[in-house]
Write a protein that binds this ligand. Structure first.
Ligand SMILES: Cc1cc2nc3c(=O)[nH]c(=O)nc-3n(C[C@H](O)[C@H](O)[C@H](O)COP(=O)(O)OP(=O)(O)OC[C@H]3O[C@@H](n4cnc5c(N)ncnc54)[C@H](O)[C@@H]3O)c2cc1C
Length: 303
């Protein structure tokens, strides 16, 4: 196979399934729990577990998603290493904000029984208002509820102002969605500069930033900033995606007392897992080469 010409979008599903492996814990709650527990037991890495799913537009599938999250929370029970992440478009946003909010409130109530924290992921800019409205409304009853802000969006500075004083757990990232130039920065270095600026504001305003990036220089700069501002190491964390090969760097962070949390996605339906992995591979086609090299090492034993 000529990897230079490899087109992920045209790859057959069994092949994408192979590529999905490093990024996806597996096709069951048990697989997600096993991955998450192994990260904790072997390396003291925390996780946030997410059920993969594309936009859902039927009540039946929303109910299925709620059911999976309830089973996941029960299976996790009381523990200290895993949170869960969820998306409005999987949980009733196809109807109304109120409807979606009620469904998410149900999951938060269940999570509270076990002391498990929940993060509301951020999707594309058409959903930012709805996501933040739901977040703000539910944060009153569930103080540890967290959400995400994307530095590429022009509105994010104002969104940070709007949460002043709320002491929020905020995952700050550049944002995965390609957004139009009317609403978002178009150039990655600009997005990253903005992310650092916004991390600084989050630190200064007493929030708990979850610095979500694989850019080592950006993480290093964020940590230097924390030190300069006298922010304690339990007042922020670094987050990365499971499957991105950064073990040595992560171990170094852990050694320095920084909390590292991996995004651990799973799916009960493989179609969702392959859709997610396809997006990751489109975002970083070099990953295909890395996975193939890894597989060859496993079969040949050679490095
Ligand atoms: C824990 C977590 C949660 C997230 N949640 C959201 C969310 O709710 N909403 C949202 O819009 N976005 C979310 N994102 C995605 C994020 O916004 C970025 O799109 C993504 O992290 C890539 O940007 P980067 O900052 O890592 O920089 P990049 O410049 O993309 O990455 C830096 C380097 O890391 C490596 N790398 C990055 N990605 C991969 C990969 N997939 N495989 C292999 N190597 C890779 C490459 O070497 C790359 O050069 C999340 C990211 C993380 C880590």
């Amino acid at each position: 196979m000529n990897l230079k010409n490899f087109n992920v979008n045209k790859a057959p599903t069994p092949l994408v399934k192979i590529f999905a492996r490093p990024y996806v814990a597996g096709d069951s709650i048990q697989a997600a729990l096993d991955a998450s527990r192994k990260f904790w037991d072997t390396r003291k890495i925390c996780s946030t577990i997410d059920l993969l799913g594309e936009e859902i537009e039927t009540d039946h599938e929303v109910q299925y998603t709620v059911d999976v999250y309830e089973r996941l929370l029960t299976a996790l029970g009381r523990q200290e290493f895993a949170t869960v992440s969820l998306k409005p478009t999987q949980l009733g946003s196809h109807r109304t904000t109120d409807h979606c909010q009620k469904i998410i409130a149900g999951i938060l109530a269940k999570a509270k029984e076990y002391g498990t924290q929940v993060t509301l992921d951020m999707e594309d800019h058409t959903l930012t208002d709805m996501t933040l409205d739901i977040f703000r409304n539910l944060k009153k009853d569930y103080p540890t509820f967290g959400t995400v802000l994307q530095s590429r969006l022009f509105r994010t500075d104002d969104d940070i102002k709007s949460i002043a004083g709320l002491n929020v757990r905020i995952r700050i990232c550049i944002g995965i969605y390609n957004e139009p130039k009317e609403v978002a920065l178009q150039n990655k270095p600009d997005m990253k500069r903005k992310m650092l600026e916004q991390t600084e504001i989050l630190f200064k305003e007493g929030h708990y930033p979850e610095i979500a990036t694989h850019d080592e220089a950006l993480i290093d700069e964020s940590l230097n900033l924390a030190e300069k501002l006298n922010i304690k190491k339990d007042q922020y964390e670094v987050q990365m995606l499971m499957g991105v090969p950064m073990q040595a760097y992560q171990d170094n962070l852990l050694k320095n007392g920084i909390t590292v949390r991996l995004y651990v996605p799973f799916a009960e339906k493989w179609a969702y897992a392959t859709a997610y992995a396809t997006r990751r591979l489109v975002a970083n086609p070099a990953m295909a080469t890395y996975i193939i090299k890894n597989m060859l090492q496993k079969t040949t034993g050679k490095r």
